[in-house]
Design a protein around this ligand. Structure first.
Ligand code: MRU
Length: 344
């Protein structure tokens, strides 16, 4: 299985997701600032993968601290820098919080021990993400039937996580069970995660995939070619409202109009229980050049005004179920997400 990110003694190695599928290039990060830049530039992306990268960024930052007396100041600087990279994915802040707890718990140890503990914690976050995804897959696969055509959006696979994937993990699990699934991958403008990454991942796994442009989804639903829609999430408020890749909301509305199930797949650390509703989720606005250009290709004049929100909010009334590692959550989400969090 494809690793999106790996720890290697005193550095972090990531596959450069901007270059796929044309080139398989690996990027090495030797300090926390390089990890922060990799997240900002989307060398690594996808909410769970961003969380794992941030955890390694903290470990790497501390590994570079030479003098004990600078430790607290350095630690706070590293956390602040990584926390400013991308605002929407809750997994990033969840991972930074876990690293902070580990730091506080081990603060009295010697500097070299603290460094070890922080590396171990980041590795644990990575390992657990893969386990979590596999559990999500084993719950979610029951919702997919042999012979279905499934529309997915953005990239929610091994690349977007520490491995295996969330929504793509569910598809993967159903296929491994022998179900014949046909995936429609929407290209996902402007960054093209669907066209570039999802098609590449599914192709490597020999899972049948057909690429469509984003504006073809409604037509295919009308023609009866889609059985259900399944996507990931970047942050879920406690009432189930979900932030995910820009364009997800459109698909959810279309699915409702056509009476199709619309599933969100995410680990419980994507749920931000501090937020009452989707209106409180901060939506990242990205560089306008991403809309004016594709690769080196200019699509519009540099003077053209552009809006480039990276995510949108799907209100929970459009979501048929949220698939997590502890089980499948159905409405009412306020009560049922909370119960799922408490479940042993
Ligand atoms: O901007 P990106 O590529 O980081 O956005 C990714 C998504 O929107 C994914 O659907 C989400 O992070 C879930 S990935 C398992």
């Amino acid at each position: 299985m494809l690793p999106s990110i790996e720890w290697d003694k005193d550095k972090v190695i990531m596959i450069d997701q901007r270059k796929l599928p044309k080139e398989e290039v690996y990027v090495e990060c030797k300090d926390s600032n390089q990890v922060a830049e990799a997240i900002e530039k989307m060398i690594i992306r996808g909410a769970p993968a961003i969380g794992v990268a941030a955890a390694y960024g903290v470990a790497l930052g501390l590994l570079n601290v030479k003098k004990e007396e600078n430790l607290d100041e350095e630690f706070n600087r590293i956390i602040l820098r990584l926390g400013k990279t991308r605002p929407t994915a809750h997994n990033l802040f969840w991972a930074l919080e876990r690293m902070k707890e580990t730091f506080d718990k081990n603060r009295r140890l010697s500097l070299s021990w603290i460094k070890q503990k922080m590396i171990q914690e980041a590795q644990d976050i990575e390992r657990r993400d893969i386990k979590t995804n596999k559990k999500i897959g084993s719950w979610g696969k029951s919702l997919l039937k042999d012979g279905q055509s499934i529309l997915t959006y953005c990239n929610t696979g091994a690349l977007a996580t520490a491995g295996y994937g969330t929504a793509l993990g569910v598809i993967r699990a159903a296929c491994h069970e022998g179900k014949g699934i046909h995936v429609f991958a929407a290209e996902t403008r402007p960054f093209l995660q669907g066209a570039r990454l999802t098609c590449w991942e599914l192709g490597r796994e020999k899972i049948l995939v057909t690429l469509i442009t984003d504006n073809m989804a409604g037509h295919l639903m009308q023609e009866g070619e889609i059985s259900l829609v399944i996507t990931g999430a970047d942050r879920i408020a406690r009432n189930g409202d979900t932030a995910n890749k820009i364009g997800t909301y459109t698909l959810a509305v279309l699915a409702k109009e056509h009476g199709l199930p619309f599933y969100i797949v995410a680990p419980l650390n994507t749920v931000d229980f501090n937020l009452t509703g989707g209106g409180e989720i901060k939506i990242e606005e990205r560089n306008p050049q991403e809309v004016r250009e594709i690769g080196d290709q200019c699509l519009a004049l540099p003077s053209v005004n552009v809006k480039n929100p990276a995510f949108d909010i799907t209100p929970s009334r459009f979501i048929s179920a949220i698939i997590t590692e502890k089980g499948i959550v159905r409405p009412p989400y306020g009560k049922n997400l909370e119960e799922m969090r408490e479940k042993k």
